[in-house]
Design a protein around this ligand. Structure first.
Ligand code: 2NL
Length: 339
């Protein structure tokens, strides 16, 4: 009898049907008046007492299996869902919405791919840093205002630990661990103790670049930045460099591009100057090279840095910085790109 039950179970498992009639035939064959399972129940009275429990359970399992099989095949054949509701199988399914990349990530990825073509690689580093990697190694004098609590988030218990205020600390770490020639771009999140408005936020993003080798000159810097600007804003963009000051570069400059909105004619965005400031740059100060263990007599280098929020604002005409952090899908889903 156990053998018969097992055989029937295998049969049930393997059963397939193309139409409801086949299902009904299958039901009659097993559960009908003369069906195999009905017969098993009839023979059950002859089973010796000590086997009744085992065989009884097995017959019940078999019966349940048949009923489950019948209802699941019927569900499919009748196009009904689990609750027995009729399903219109020609109705389009619910679409899974595909996410979009954040505009900050888009400009970051685009910039990285431009610099990769010039042989730069990407480096990252910790957001929580020590004073030396953020200020000390970068030639900041001890009393520099950036070191003030007003501008930098310090850890109260240990003011040597702070949130990085620029991504230059990544480059400091790169110089400490790699030998020239060095060609890196360093994207990352940075923190400054500022009141939040349409034009400022306490958390924002930068990308910096560093190139160190023998005989690197300001001309190399200028040509690299011109190539970068053309790739990012188009062949017709113009650049200009204005003298500036940073503790970590000498000489230092700020770079403007011709206004991406009006093309240089003058408009609201460029405040009728025709130019937009997009980054700071310069030749790495020899003090910085030496602090990071690089021989400043043998090597020279250039560096530059820019804010990603600002570039994305210009590229996508975003008017308010706070939109970047609210993550409203109506804002986010407007940006589609291959990168
Ligand atoms: C800006 C200006 C700049 C750098 C960043 C740098 C890094 C090292 C050494 C020297 Cl390790 N310089 N970075 C240089 C000039 C300007 O950023 O306005 N950023 C948003």
């Amino acid at each position: 009898m156990l053998e018969t039950i097992q055989q029937l179970l295998n049969e049930v498992e393997a059963f397939k049907a193309d139409n409801l009639q086949q299902v009904e035939e299958f039901r009659i064959k097993l559960l009908g008046k003369k069906g195999s399972i009905t017969q098993l129940f009839a023979e059950f009275k002859n089973v010796p007492v000590e086997q009744k429990k085992e065989i009884g359970q097995k017959i019940n399992v078999l019966k349940d299996a048949v009923q489950d099989k019948i209802s699941s095949i019927k569900e499919v054949l009748e196009n009904k869902d689990e609750e027995g509701e009729k399903v219109d199988i020609t109705r389009p399914g619910t679409q899974n919405e595909i996410g979009t990349r954040h505009p900050i990530s888009l400009v970051k990825n685009e910039m990285i791919s431009i610099f990769k073509k010039l042989g730069f690689s990407v480096a990252e580093g910790p957001e929580i840093e020590d004073d030396w990697h953020v200020f000390g190694a970068l030639n900041f004098p001890p009393e520099h205002p950036a070191r003030d609590m007003q501008d930098t988030f310090f850890i109260e218990k240990n003011p040597d630990i702070l949130l990085r205020t620029h991504t230059s600390s990544i480059q400091v770490r790169t110089m400490q661990t790699q030998k020239p020639p060095i060609r890196v771009v360093c994207p990352g999140r940075v923190f400054r103790n500022e009141a939040i408005s349409a034009r400022a936020h306490c958390i924002f993003h930068q990308i910096e670049g560093l190139y160190i080798d023998e005989n690197v000159s300001f001309a190399d810097l200028k040509q690299t930045l011109l190539y970068f600007a053309k790739e990012l804003f188009g062949e017709n963009v113009k650049i200009r460099l204005r003298p500036s000051y940073f503790p970590f570069t000498e000489p230092s400059a700020e770079m403007d591009v011709s206004c991406t909105i009006c093309g240089g004619k003058g408009c609201n965005v460029c405040k009728h100057t025709g130019w937009l400031e997009i980054m700071g740059c310069g030749m790495v100060d020899p003090n910085v090279l030496e602090a990071c263990g690089i021989d400043s007599k043998k090597y020279s280098g250039y560096a530059f840095g820019m804010g990603l929020e600002r570039i994305a604002m210009l590229k996508y005409e975003i008017r308010d910085l706070r939109l970047y952090f609210e993550n409203d899908v109506r804002f986010l889903k407007q940006f589609k790109s291959a990168l």
